[in-house]
Write a protein that binds this ligand. Structure first.
Ligand code: HEC
Ligand code: HEC
Ligand code: HEC
Ligand code: HEC
Length: 349
């Protein structure tokens, strides 16, 4: 009898204790909330200081090498096969090579990740051919996509973070049908995927929106139906993309929307317009730079359908509202700000 009641009491304690553990495990410690819209709109960002500290640590910027003198012979004269960086002095050229090594392949052979050490001029490694195109892509982003990247800009490190393959890339999903073929395309639903925050939304919103230019807007302009032909399924694709955007930036929907009306631009913070450009930029980079490199990449770097790795919001942002929490590495590498001929032109004007 005594034993039984003891056991019963123990069970109650255990249940109570596990509830306490569960509750505290939910989100610890206390959350910080920051107002992000007009008073009364409920536009608030909620931050977990513990996770914020981890994020701050992960977004430290590597120290830049001291600037190199611009005088002396140009790289185009000193070397045999320089197609993009010919205007740099030899000292500037070598500073950039050393920096690129630290940004992309510090633990993967260093210079040899891109070069045949017996002949640096040779283009036999695919990594060197890709890297040359990446140099052009970086200059293009920094000069042509200022409406998104502003003066902060990007370097190789923004995406690569010391690794040949960035932490976040995407491939077109090989979608399976529900059961048999005539049941229709599952679009990855009911297969929890991180890109859509483990929700049951289509898990490849990138192929239609960040490679193709399918319509993202799904809301009807009026409360009652007046001819909006967008389907629930189309809305789910949009929500898939929006979940990815929130996840990538570490923010919630109200960072860009007043949830009273998701479509209204008048009620949206300015960040939404920046994001609008970001969508177009990612599309442009995937079509103009990544896809044309498909034949250059070896098979083991490609996706299930043989497509090349592509860029989405997370490739640069990696959980931060601005990549590297807004720190600019570009200011120390002006050669990456624009194609060289153009940079010289801008400086002369
Ligand atoms: C991530 C790839 C990559 C890494 C790592 C790299 N390079 Fe390069 N390197 C290139 C590319 C691309 C070019 C051609 C640039 C151009 O066409 O403007 C180049 C060109 C060169 C050239 C000119 C060769 C010639 O005669 O045409 C030299 C020299 C060179 N690199 C040295 C180095 C050294 C030294 C290191 C290591 C500290 C290094 N590189 C690391 C990609 C890389
Ligand atoms: C906007 C993001 C972004 C920027 C900026 C960027 N890269 Fe890349 N890079 C990628 C993606 C995406 C891939 C494809 C990943 C893969 O190789 O599968 C890639 C691949 C590469 C590869 C091939 C690696 C491999 O092992 O397959 C090299 C080398 C490379 N980049 C060098 C550079 C250099 C050098 C710079 C700066 C001049 C640079 N990247 C800037 C996104 C970027
Ligand atoms: C970083 C900014 C940003 C975040 C975060 C964001 N959105 Fe969006 N949203 C946009 C932009 C930009 C558009 C317009 C896209 C276009 O027209 O190309 C848009 C469009 C939409 C639309 C379509 C509106 C219409 O006109 O039909 C809906 C619905 C939507 N978002 C819902 C959400 C939800 C839900 C979340 C949170 C899970 C969210 N958004 C998070 C920027 C954002
Ligand atoms: C090539 C790298 C890159 C990619 C890809 C990228 N961004 Fe950005 N983004 C940046 C940089 C750099 C900034 C900082 C610009 C500045 O300092 O004002 C930024 C800023 C932003 C901001 C402004 C934040 C603020 O608080 O002012 C938003 C919103 C944003 N990005 C959304 C997106 C979305 C959504 C996508 C994907 C559709 C995306 N970005 C893809 C590089 C990128």
């Amino acid at each position: 009898m005594k034993l039984l009641s003891f056991l019963r009491r123990l069970a109650v304690y255990a249940a109570g204790l596990s509830a306490v553990v569960l509750l505290t495990a939910c989100e610890r410690p206390f959350q910080d909330s920051v107002q992000h819209g007009y008073r009364g709109t409920g536009m608030v960002q909620v931050y977990n200081p513990r996770l914020l500290a981890v994020k701050t640590e992960a977004n430290q910027v590597p120290v830049a090498l001291p600037a190199a003198p611009g005088d002396g012979p140009k790289a185009a004269q000193a070397y045999k096969n320089v197609q993009v960086l010919g205007d740099l002095s030899v000292a500037q050229f070598n500073r950039l090579m050393v920096s690129m090594t630290a940004w992309v392949s510090p633990n993967d052979g260093g210079c040899v990740y891109c070069h045949n050490p017996a002949n640096f001029a040779e283009d036999e490694k695919y990594t060197k051919v890709v890297a040359r195109r990446m140099l052009q892509m970086t200059q293009y982003i920094n000069s042509e996509w200022k409406p998104h990247v502003a003066e902060t800009g990007v370097t190789c490190y923004t995406c690569h973070r010391g690794q040949p393959v960035p932490n976040a890339v995407w491939f077109t999903a090989n979608h399976q049908p529900y059961g048999s073929n005539f049941m229709g395309d599952k679009a990855g639903q009911n297969e929890p995927a991180r890109v859509v925050n483990l929700s049951s939304l289509p898990n490849d919103p990138f192929t239609p929106f960040l490679l193709g230019d399918l319509n993202i807007r799904v809301n009807g302009p009026t409360a009652l139906p007046t001819g909006n032909r967008q389907s629930t399924k189309q809305a789910e694709w949009t929500y898939g993309l929006m979940s990815h955007m929130s996840e990538s930036l570490g923010v919630n929907c109200t960072y860009c929307h007043n949830s009273r009306s998701f479509q209204s631009w008048e009620n949206s913070p300015p960040q939404r317009a920046t994001a609008w450009h970001g969508i177009r930029m990612a599309r442009d980079l995937n079509k103009g730079y990544m896809e044309p490199l498909t034949a250059t990449f070896p098979q083991h770097r490609k996706g299930e359908l043989g497509d090349v790795a592509k860029v989405n919001c997370a490739t640069c942002h990696q959980g931060a509202y601005k990549p590297l929490n807004g720190a600019s590495m570009l200011k120390d590498f002006p050669e990456l700000a624009a194609p060289s001929g153009k940079a010289a032109q801008v400086a002369a004007n």
